[in-house]
Design a protein around this ligand. Sequence first.
Ligand SMILES: C[S@@+](CC[C@H](N)C(=O)[O-])C[C@H]1O[C@@H](n2cnc3c(N)ncnc32)[C@H](O)[C@@H]1O
Length: 223
Amino acid sequence: MAVWLGVVGAAAALGAIFAGLRWDGRRRPRPMAPGLETVFLDNPLRRALFAPALATRAWTPPPGSWVGELGSGTGMVTAVLARAVGPAGRVWAVDRQVAAVARTRRRVGRWPWCAVALADARHLPWPDGELDAVVSVAMLGEVSAGERGTVLAECRRVLKPGGRLVLGEYGPDPHFLRAAELEALVARAGFQVELRHRGFWQHVLVAIACPSAQEKGARGIKQ
Ligand SMILES: C[S@@+](CC[C@H](N)C(=O)[O-])C[C@H]1O[C@@H](n2cnc3c(N)ncnc32)[C@H](O)[C@@H]1O
């Protein structure tokens, strides 16, 4: 009996801690401290249940593609992208935290086709229309609700017309965004949803950058 009470108590305490973190994450979106990233994301449990390859399971960048990554964290997703595009491609990753950039560089530094920069997703350091895809996992929820549109407008700017935006979310992340929230955001930013991939407590949205009316006009496409 005492054992059962202990188990139930421990489960309730863990549930309360998790609910508190989630509540705080939604109330005050902010980058996850790199130390916490290691605990939450860079561990065997995450690898087993919420594999970094989730993003590329929904859409795999073909070898040779140029891919940008927002919020690389410890570089787990960056490494998956680097392997997919291979030496003929490019992976440009950014994170706004110095420690995260250092960790990502440590993980992918051996691949010369990967470049990792300290930058904010709200002002990407990349030229217009250069990338085949932009991938971001568990990052957008760390940006304030009012600035998520700015991030997605930047994604649109750096993507080629028809380029892909791949957004992934993991349930245990305190800044988790629901699939419906992501869909509304990308639609407002001028993307068209191509596919939705849902797994246990995680999801990925793949969307295509539609040309704006202005771009269509410039390229002689009928409206
Ligand atoms: C929860 S971690 C996810 C890391 C990685 N994508 C993964 O799935 O393993 C989110 C990362 O996004 C970064 N981040 C948050 N806001 C950002 C912003 N505005 N610009 C660039 N990076 C940002 C944080 O510093 C953090 O390293």
